[in-house]
Design a protein around this ligand. Structure first.
Ligand SMILES: Cc1cc2nc3c(=O)[nH]c(=O)nc-3n(C[C@H](O)[C@H](O)[C@H](O)COP(=O)(O)OP(=O)(O)OC[C@H]3O[C@@H](n4cnc5c(N)ncnc54)[C@H](O)[C@@H]3O)c2cc1C
Length: 390
């Protein structure tokens, strides 16, 4: 006798909630491998509400080969003590990349669509439930064989399925200025200051089009105005025109303990894929987002292992970085930071934090001379944002 119960047909193999760094990466890889992919996002379009500074470490650029016109190469780090004495750090061959972040997300959207994914903007996820071997979304009724929550640090997907949440956060705020011509754009300017940025740093990052100045704190409300006032004499922020403001929370407790259940998995910030020490999440979203896309394809197309379980075995445990986070949270007094920051061991530690093992023995004189030539070169390299090739 024929079974009376018919399995309902899925609208997609995978529905992804969140069209940002993690969601768009997994969407592209999964679609490239032939899965039917739908991405929904509450925003009206790509990069509509940016909450990140968007700085990429070099490894992130290599991970998904980002077009040069979306980035600005920043080779050095100038690290300031609370008294504003500074040390310059660099590692020949290495650089950080500030980004035209909204344009980067628009490019990633195009890449995911070109691979075959469908992106639905203005679609908010409110809940979902298992139904007949599928996951069905409330409201839209979209049904998928697998649901991926790439919806950030306050994940609704996590809430809907009772999955793990990060309990440790930094609060970050940032203001964007029209960049003054004389700002030294060869460096990311990083400020260690336990009064204004306990547990993290403040920064002034030369973006491709703007100067991004912000800070994050592990406790209390971020006081960006206080920091700007305290550094006004050296940097003259008051004379610069404000062109944007943003802020958000950064999960720094490491990978969340229960980030999946049957046919549902969290990725990106929702899953705690953020370095607890540096608070960078974009590179991890690229790296592990690609891996998640490949594992989803192996699972849904070829009966491969449960993608969430396979991923859990591969993801870093961040043991050292979680220890560093606990040390950073102590936030030593500024007077102590003033004394130790210029010392050789602290310099070595800072070099390691920013440049990992890179650098080795550096001919500082030769590299500084090379660095001096960089600022003009980089400015000439970038097309104005209005004239970017499509
Ligand atoms: C102030 C600040 C500065 C930072 N600076 C850096 C940096 O310089 N470099 C770095 O590597 N990392 C940085 N980070 C961290 C980095 O931004 C995150 O790790 C990264 O954005 C995570 O990407 P994601 O795709 O997981 O989530 P998100 O970028 O948070 O994207 C989540 C997406 O889900 C959508 N969404 C949310 N809820 C719903 C819903 N209910 N329905 C539908 N869609 C929904 C949102 O609209 C959004 O598009 C910073 C974070 C902050 C807050």
């Amino acid at each position: 006798m024929e079974h009376a119960i018919r399995r309902s047909q899925p609208d997609a193999d995978v529905v992804i909630v969140g069209a940002s760094f993690a969601g768009l990466t997994v969407a592209r890889t999964a679609a490239m491998r032939g899965l039917r992919v739908i991405v929904i996002d509450a925003m009206p379009g790509p990069g509509a509400r940016i909450h990140t500074t968007g700085i990429l470490v070099r490894e992130a650029v290599e991970e998904i080969d980002i077009p040069w016109r979306l980035t600005r190469r920043v080779p050095g780090v100038r690290l300031y003590a609370p008294n504003l004495r500074s040390v310059d750090l660099f590692a020949p061959g290495y650089a950080f990349f500030t980004t035209r972040t909204a344009a980067l997300l628009a490019w990633m959207t195009g890449e995911a669509e070109a691979a075959g994914a469908t992106i639905l903007w203005g679609h908010r996820f409110t809940g979902a439930a298992h139904a007949g071997g599928l996951v069905r979304l409330d409201g839209s009724g979209l049904a998928a064989r697998y649901l991926v929550g790439a919806d950030g640090a306050r994940s609704r997907v996590a809430r809907a399925f009772g999955l793990g949440r990060n309990r440790r956060h930094l609060l970050g705020v940032e203001v964007e200025f029209e960049p003054p011509a004389d700002f030294d754009a060869r460096f990311l300017h990083c400020f260690v200051n336990s009064r204004f940025a306990p547990g993290y740093i403040a920064w002034a990052a030369p973006g491709p089009d703007t100067l991004q100045v912000g800070l994050a704190t592990a406790c209390g409300r971020p006081d960006l105005d206080g920091f700007l006032a305290a550094t006004e004499r050296e940097f003259g922020w008051n004379a610069m025109k404000v062109v944007g403001r943003r802020g958000g929370i950064i999960p720094v407790g490491g990978v969340v303990p229960r980030s999946a259940e049957e046919r549902v998995m969290l990725i990106g910030d929702a899953a705690g894929w953020v370095s607890p020490a540096t608070a960078g999440g974009i590179r991890l979203a690229f790296r592990w987002g690609r891996r998640a896309g490949a594992l989803l394809a192996d699972h849904l197309q070829s009966g491969g292992p449960d993608p969430a379980k396979a991923l859990a075995r591969e993801l870093p445990a961040f043991r050292l970085k979680r220890t560093m986070r606990r040390l950073l949270d102590v936030a030593p007094p500024n007077a102590l930071l003033d004394v130790v920051l210029g010392t050789a061991p602290m310099r070595a530690l800072a070099q390691r934090v920013y440049f990992h093992r890179r650098g080795g023995k550096v001919d500082r004189g030769a590299f500084e001379a090379w660095l001096d030539r960089q600022e003009g070169d980089e400015a000439r390299r970038l097309p104005p944002s209005g004239e970017m090739p499509g």
